[in-house]
Ligand binder design. Structure first.
Ligand code: PMP
Length: 342
């Protein structure tokens, strides 16, 4: 009898919450695609690629560009097929069976899922009622743990946790601290400056949000060379395909993405309007978390309008909706519905 291993039996396959609406605002993507002029350059690069050859293992050119941009050594950078893959590799490389992984909750679901998939033990530490870190509880849980994940800004709440708390956790924790800065470009707050001093710090970034490249699957981590070397041992040799490598190289030459400023301005304007009517979290990311009265009814209203949103059903997030800040036209439609009252 073929038997799936126990840790996998307990998991559910990822539900991408697919909805064929016209306005897709449920996954914190960038509503603006890569601009036509850059697309043209990308397509020219792709035309010159040899599809019959394996891609450069470890994306060395891309790593060099990123190293220069962030003023770190190329050996400190590992590129992943999305930052998801790097979360997986970090747990795979550092956690023995049963090792504890501290996960502030609610946060990005993959920390828990990938800990379980790798036979590690996720330890959920609830956020406080301001959706901030409970520093004391995190430090208690960190004693004897292998790593702590901190999304900064946090998903799905959208806020950056108290910078002082994060700083002390990085400084005092004896385990790896993985600071997931997937939404950094919308917050402009980073702990990258601590990387050289703190050998236990890992910074994660992605091309999926500010760089409009979610479909190309590219993320990267920056850390001490020893950590990067360990991750490289479990990394699949050709994890980044040649098309994605080429795209990122072109996109980086044309960064920063001018739409970031627009999205931030729209996000803050929406927050200013919505907070008069709803409990809403001030966001440092490209989405807003809003509490409505009846989540299921609200979801139906949005679906009817062709807008797909993320609605939470359980626990502390019950009746909270998360909505991506999109283009002005999309945001206007969202506000129209919410202003009517849901
Ligand atoms: N970290 C956080 C906090 C996220 O919200 C997401 C995507 N929703 C990711 C990582 C994964 O991003 P990627 O597309 O790079 O795998």
């Amino acid at each position: 009898m073929i038997k799936v291993k126990k840790s996998v039996q307990a998991l559910a396959a990822y539900d991408p919450h697919l909805f064929a609406g016209r306005y897709k605002l449920d996954a914190n993507e960038n509503s603006y695609d890569v601009p036509p002029a850059i697309r043209k350059k990308i397509l020219a690069r792709i035309a010159g690629l040899h599809f019959n050859r394996y891609p450069d293992p470890g994306a060395p050119i891309l790593r060099k560009i990123l190293a220069k941009k962030h003023k770190v050594a190329p050996e400190s950078i590992v590129v992943g097929n999305g930052s998801d893959e790097l979360i997986h590799y970090l747990i795979q490389a550092f956690c023995e069976k049963g090792d504890r992984v501290v996960v502030p909750t609610p946060s990005f679901e993959m920390y828990k899922v990938l800990a379980l998939a790798n036979n590690a033990q996720p330890v959920a530490v609830p956020l406080n009622d301001r959706f901030d870190l409970d520093e004391k509880e995190i430090m208690n849980a960190a004693a004897g743990a292998k790593m702590i994940f901190i999304a900064y800004p946090n998903n799905p709440t959208g806020n950056c946790f108290s910078g002082d708390s994060v700083l002390r956790i990085i400084r005092d924790a004896k385990c790896l601290v993985v600071l997931d800065e997937a939404y950094f470009e919308f917050s402009n707050k980073s702990f990258l400056g601590m990387l050289k001093k703190r050998k236990n710090l890992v910074i994660l970034r992605t091309f999926s949000k500010a760089f409009s490249m979610a479909g190309l699957r590219l993320g990267y981590m920056m850390a001490d060379k020893l950590i990067a070397a360990a991750v490289n041992k479990v990394r699949l040799p050709y994890n980044i395909n040649a098309v994605s490598q080429a795209c990122a190289e072109v996109v980086l030459k044309n960064s920063p993405n001018p739409v970031i400023r627009k999205i931030i301005a729209q996000r803050d304007a929406m927050y200013g309007i919505l907070k008069k009517q709803y409990p809403v979290v001030r966001s440092d990311a490209n989405f807003l978390l809003i509490k409505v009265k009846d989540g299921m009814r609200t979801k139906k209203i949005f679906e009817k309008a062709g807008i797909s949103i993320r609605m939470f059903k359980d626990g502390i997030l019950r009746n909270f909706m998360r909505i991506t800040t999109g283009k002005p036209e999309e945001n206007r439609r969202v506000l129209e519905i919410l202003k009517r009252g849901v």
